[in-house]
Ligand binder design. Structure first.
Ligand SMILES: NC(=O)c1ccc[n+]([C@@H]2O[C@H](COP(=O)([O-])OP(=O)(O)OC[C@H]3O[C@@H](n4cnc5c(N)ncnc54)[C@H](O)[C@@H]3O)[C@@H](O)[C@H]2O)c1
Length: 351
């Protein structure tokens, strides 16, 4: 039987909180579709946004009128970088047009939050990490899934040792991703494994700290009736020395959407499920029973606030952010290996 009140040892502080005054102000470069969630969360949290920039000025002006009327709007990101009062640059372009902006922002001495997927090439990512180190700036990747309430609780449960030894991570997602048909996303062959699944590869890496994956096998398929080019079905299995992870994606599910996560550990298990990312029911079970975790908020937009809060805290506390770009290269390495496996039809071994 599942009990609704959580015992004290299972109550975890999974909601990120700013540890001091917000360090300076934010300049947002690119005001596309996803930035409504960036800005909604920053507004709710009271974080100062000073600039809104998009090469299409009307998009920057739209976000200005919707969220931060007092911010300035521009079509030239160099104006943002030239402003000494901007301390954090939030870059939300697509990856193809992002590397140069990230480099210029770091050279201008700004801390940077890059949208995902961080880079298309690990060598470029490593060079950006090195540039950040030389510039004394923090470079983080907006892997906001980490602060989706159910994933944030699950990460804290694992790091607190509540599940004992984590044996398995299972993700299953059935949803309708065909909304991307007439967008730039439909040009990405690995829409599923690269653009989409990077959040789940990153979660797997975050849930298995210090436990390197050994091999990955992935397959892709088109559904019979899908009306866009990138395959919308993907399956990935990942081997660790003493654990397994799997990811089953069906992005062409018009009916009965399902979004679920199961973590199986030697001392406890976590099961989170629901129709989408933000409506999740979460259960944790251990030797003392089975309990519902009362989750507050949802991935959209709270995960975005979490990613910015963690970057701000890392600046205030002068430490690496949990979602550092350096760490993200491991997540991307796993993602690229899965893509290679899908392209070649064979499992890819680490290294
Ligand atoms: N959960 C998530 O974190 C999440 C969800 C969706 C998308 N994304 C990521 O966010 C990124 C953007 O996605 P989107 O849906 O907002 O795309 P979009 O196509 O709606 O927006 C991209 C914007 O970038 C602008 N742009 C391009 N070059 C620019 C430049 N040099 N200076 C200023 N603006 C520039 C474009 O004009 C456009 O408005 C992608 O990498 C995507 O994978 C993340």
């Amino acid at each position: 039987m599942t009990v609704t009140s959580l015992p004290p040892d299972l109550r975890l502080d999974y909601q990120p909180k700013l540890v001091g005054p917000f360090p300076g102000s934010i300049g947002l470069i690119a005001c596309g579709g996803i930035t409504e969630h960036h800005l909604e969360s920053y507004r709710r949290l009271g974080y100062p946004v000073r600039w809104l920039c998009d090469i299409d000025l009307s998009k920057a002006q739209l976000r200005q009128s919707q969220y931060f009327p007092e911010a300035r709007a521009t079509s030239d990101y160099r104006e943002v970088l030239a402003d000494d009062r901007v301390t954090i640059v939030d870059v939300a372009t697509h990856p193809e047009s992002r590397d140069a902006i990230l480099a210029e922002a770091l050279e201008a001495g700004k801390h940077v939050l890059s949208q995902k997927p961080f880079v298309q090439d690990l060598a470029v990512g490593a060079a950006l990490v090195e540039l950040a180190r030389r510039s004394g700036c923090h470079l983080a990747v907006n892997q906001n899934a980490r602060w989706a309430p159910h994933f944030s609780y699950a990460r804290r449960a694992v790091s607190a040792g509540l599940l004992g030894h984590l044996n398995s991570i299972r993700f299953q997602l059935n949803w309708d991703h065909t909304w991307t048909r007439d967008t730039p996303f439909a040009q990405i062959h690995h829409l599923m494994l690269y653009d989409f699944a990077i959040h789940w590869f990153d979660l797997i890496v975050a849930l298995m700290p210090g436990r390197p994956w050994r091999s990955v096998h992935a397959t892709l398929a088109q559904t019979r009736l899908q009306n866009m080019l990138p395959p919308l079905l993907a399956q990935v299995t990942i081997e660790f020395d003493d654990a397994q992870a799997s990811l089953c994606l069906d992005g062409d599910t018009p009916f009965l959407p399902l979004n679920q996560t199961y973590l199986g550990g030697s001392e406890g298990s976590v099961h989170s499920y629901g129709p989408d990312y933000s409506q999740q029911t979460m259960v944790i079970a251990n030797h003392s029973g089975q309990f519902t975790v009362p989750l507050e908020g949802g991935w959209f937009p709270d995960g975005f606030g979490g990613a910015m809060t963690e970057l701000a805290n890392s600046i205030l506390e002068e430490r690496e952010p949990e979602h550092s770009a350096a760490g993200n290269l491991i997540s991307l390495g796993l993602c690229f290996a899965a893509m290679r496996s899908a392209d070649t039809g064979v499992a890819v071994r680490a290294g």
